[in-house]
Design a protein around this ligand. Sequence first.
Ligand SMILES: *Cc1c(COP(=O)(O)O)cnc(C)c1O
Length: 462
Amino acid sequence: MLSKKISLDKESEKQHHAPGFSARFLEEPVPKYEMPEGSVSGDVAYLLIHDELNLDGNPALNLASFVTTWMEPQAAALMAETLDKNYVDQDEYPQTTEIQNRCVNMIANLFHAPEAGVGTATVGSSEAIHLAGLALKWNWRKRRTDAGKPADKPNLVMGANVQVCWEKFARYFEVEPRYVPLTEERYVLGADEAVEMVDENTIAVVGILGSTYTGEYEPVERLNDALTQLNAKTGWEVPIHVDAASGGFVAPFTSPDLLWDFRLPLVRSINVSGHKYGLVYPGVGWVVWRDAAELPEDLIFHVNYLGGDQPTFNLNFSRNASQIIAQYYNLLRLGKEGYRKIMVALQDNARYLTEQLLSTGKFTMLSKLGDLPVVTFALKDDSRFSVFDISARLRERGWIVPAYTMAPNAQDIAVLRVVVREALSRDMADMLLEDINRAVAEFEKQAPEPKPKHAEKTRGVC
Ligand SMILES: *Cc1c(COP(=O)(O)O)cnc(C)c1O
């Protein structure tokens, strides 16, 4: 296979001709701490790593994740063709930059930005949220210092159900996080409760579309109204950021009349994960601002070696271009019609799963039909076995369905969550339902003694 001989020692030369499974490392422990002295053939290294990875879960059965596990072969081909491109090399790969800019334009327009094109590709929503959070902090600080007021105690108001990246942002960039607690009846941010926590040092209030825990959309329009009133009364200018990591590619197609985006005046920035319902393999995300005025100049670094001026605003520098190119493939290939069809189909499958689970009489639903295609459900009676037991039993069949407790102050509720993605067909859904029902029937037979209430504390998986 190799036409040119690369420096192989005697031993590895021998292996070069050895059939795969008889080679070194396949009979010996694999190096884990020290780089091996000698080489092995590519075939052997491939076999070894390929086989080891079989111990991972099967991505198609991973119903824990919002992240894409299937793309069309044409998209995969484009990605393979562009693995060697560094997206940051704008002068070498101007067309890749152009494709990124087209994606930013299309996404900003999808979210009704008055001025399209202010935004950037990121590695995911986490990076996007760090960038958006920095812009909010900078804007708040400028308003404060321009008014001759202290600017050393910024805070950010959000639901206790935020994804962990918001906690990271608050800690890394020294912003006090103010969490609006949930209740046993409300699993997302309450608009009035949020506005009560706002003061002159609030850099923004976060609205999530939709919640990682239940898929429910937060009431962004009500938040906009309540905050508009508060701003008018106090003279503050507290804005809203919408974390549309999942919903940004769902709501525009399935709920076009829902007001959550730049149609609401206080919404200044929005993030979305391209690798969730944008339907691209990980990792790509996007952040867009309402207009250029929302993006402080001193956060932008200007690169001029492209000939023109190319502004950049990112936490990292080099990254692979292929996910950005794959995002453009999906936007172009599917169009609004394609995304609409897919998202409607996912909601249909979420509805089907919900109805089938409810018909067993064993479960209550915490997810809301019509929001994210996510099915979050709890056991009506968990005195004999818990959702954690069901999750473990499903795992024996290969299904990855996480069980977790809700955020404060609803953490006494433990749930299972199924994220309905493109690869979860009706047939797969039926097999999953069968396995859930079988597990429940077996536990009911085996566990006559009431169990103490679950004590496990885990976080939702994304
Ligand atoms: C997934 C998720 C994130 C983080 O997104 P990544 O793209 O994984 O970095 C942030 N917020 C919400 C609501 C999410 O669902």
